[in-house]
Design a protein around this ligand. Structure first.
Ligand code: SF4
Length: 247
């Protein structure tokens, strides 16, 4: 693993999903084979395989301190790319420090992660007037999870973390994206744990090799994604959980 400490020029970037995106890390130890953030390799000069390098923005906190004073208040997405609670966050605590600043400045934020490490910062998140946590969860089949998300925590740990966050009064979301084999297990797995669900298909070709290697090509067809998305939406809405398909 090539870990490099870098000094970024700015930390709040414009986002098409929320007002701002804040990315404390470039690169991600979760190493998902379908990860769309791999495009960052082109812009950062990294030659290592995805999941084998991380640049740590060690000046994120000082940049954020200045930027929250100068910029218009808006919702911050942590992170748009590269998991803010990947294992290195345990040591560096960059995400934690940025959350503390946002909570203090009364800026709303949405955390996007696959890791229950977010629970470490529970008290801090609760201090915010408007925080929400979105977990990406794609399957309950651990065999599939290990193929496609080899460095990420097991799905059961993610649903447990969602349950805890919600029981503490935090708004929770689950993003089932991309829909993988075994996604239907989430119909039971997410009951009572989330306020909203978002479903998306696989849009990127990075994962083709894995589907071919394991003879799963049929699970990357348009029909598979459409049928599975419709099944998930119908089942969640029957249980009173709003579910949005975004493809
Ligand atoms: S957790 Fe997200 S950013 Fe990290 S490798 Fe997986 S898809 Fe990419």
């Amino acid at each position: 693993m090539n870990i490099r400490e870098i000094r970024a020029k700015n930390i709040l970037s414009k986002s098409q999903i929320y007002d701002y995106a804040l990315n404390p890390y470039v690169g991600c130890q979760h190493a998902c084979v379908y990860c769309y953030a791999k495009f960052m390799k082109r812009f950062t000069g990294h030659k290592e395989p995805w999941g084998k390098f991380v640049d740590v923005k060690i000046n994120a906190q000082e940049l954020l301190e200045c930027e929250v004073k100068k910029k218009k208040v808006g919702r911050v997405w942590i992170s748009g790319v590269c998991d803010p609670y990947q294992p290195l966050e345990r040591k560096y605590m960059i995400t934690r420090r940025c959350l503390g600043l946002l909570a203090e400045a009364d800026w709303p934020f949405t955390i996007q992660t696959k890791s229950p490490l977010v629970l470490r910062d529970l008290e801090l998140i609760k201090r915010s007037k408007d925080a929400e946590v979105c977990f990406t969860i794609t399957t309950t089949d651990e065999r599939i999870r290990k193929i496609f998300e080899p460095g990420a925590p097991p799905s059961a740990k993610r649903t447990e973390a969602l349950a805890r966050l919600r029981s503490e009064g935090i708004r929770t979301l689950a993003m089932i994206a991309p829909i993988l084999l075994g996604a239907e297990g989430l119909i039971d797995g997410l009951q009572g744990k989330v306020d909203q669900i978002i479903v998306d298909r696989l849009n990127y070709h990075y994962a083709d090799w894995a589907y071919r290697k394991y003879g799963l090509e049929w699970a990357m067809e348009d029909g598979f994604f459409r049928n599975k998305a419709d099944e998930l939406k119908a089942a969640f809405e029957e249980e009173g959980i709003p579910c949005k398909i975004v493809f």
